[in-house]
Design a protein around this ligand. Structure first.
Ligand SMILES: NC(=O)c1ccc[n+]([C@@H]2O[C@H](COP(=O)([O-])OP(=O)(O)OC[C@H]3O[C@@H](n4cnc5c(N)ncnc54)[C@H](OP(=O)(O)O)[C@@H]3O)[C@@H](O)[C@H]2O)c1
Length: 214
């Protein structure tokens, strides 16, 4: 699959690297230096390369949006046409100093994104875990009892693609329903962040849902 990374920071760099290791054709884009994008592509190996957001989005089967809320307009403008494309977003609608959600309860960052690109197939995925755990999950993917990862969206094709990628990264995908459920998954991430960064134990933290009684 061809995957464009829009935002090659903590989340985008790691997820893009894992997608490349899993055999996908990855284009890293949107960082403040082209050198960084080239280094990421070189280190990821395989079919990874560096490009502009437009190059990352053009011909992509899916793009991953991994930027700060305040960068949404800029990156979307640079990416160009996204109609019909699967857009996975791990981005959260945080304020400038990353202390609070600026959209919550009655809407979500993912829904606001979908309003801006109404013809894209937006899926909220990967945003509920800290970046620090991603390589560890990938390395442990052959083990049983994989950690869960919730995702949600309104488009079946987009969600199937998301579930496949979530599995390839090493998680057990949990379909949480329509995109409006992101208004619950995004605040849930604040809890995960609290446990990852503010409580003893460290940020290599994932979660797992289990059903009992059947
Ligand atoms: N980090 C986490 O653990 C985590 C977990 C869950 C959800 N999220 C969400 O995922 C999204 C991405 O988070 P992140 O931690 O990966 O952010 P990040 O490390 O700050 O990455 C953002 C990317 O955007 C680029 N960027 C910023 N300003 C730019 C500009 N003016 N021009 C070009 N590129 C620019 C950065 O460039 P540089 O590479 O040059 O800095 C970086 O590559 C956020 O919405 C966040 O809330 C993060």
């Amino acid at each position: 699959m061809r995957i464009g990374i829009l935002g090659s920071g903590l989340m985008g760099a790691k997820l893009g690297t894992i997608f490349a290791l899993a055999g996908h054709e990855v284009v890293f884009s949107y960082a403040r230096s082209e050198r960084k994008l080239k280094r990421l592509a070189r280190e990821a190996g395989g079919k990874a390369r560096a490009g502009t957001p437009r190059e990352a989005a053009q011909n992509a089967d899916a793009v991953l949006l991994a930027v700060h809320w305040l960068r949404f307009s800029d990156v979307l403008k640079q990416a160009g046409e996204l109609s019909g494309k699967v857009v996975l977003t791990c981005s959260l609608p945080m304020n400038e100093d990353n202390t609070e959600l600026v959209v919550a309860h009655t809407s979500s960052g993912a829904e606001e994104l979908a309003k801006r690109i109404p013809k894209a197939r937006v899926v909220a995925a990967f945003g509920t875990v800290p970046s620090e755990v991603l390589f560890g999950v990938y390395e442990a993917k052959r083990k049983t009892n994989r950690p869960s990862l919730v995702y949600c969206g309104d488009d079946r094709r987009g969600k199937d693609m998301a579930a496949g990628l979530i599995r390839e990264v090493g998680f057990d995908p949990v379909d949480a329903g329509p995109l409006r459920i992101a208004r619950y998954t995004e605040p849930f991430t604040m809890l995960v962040a609290q446990l990852a960064y503010e409580v003893k134990g460290g940020p290599e933290l994932a979660y797992r849902f289990e059903r009992f009684g059947k």
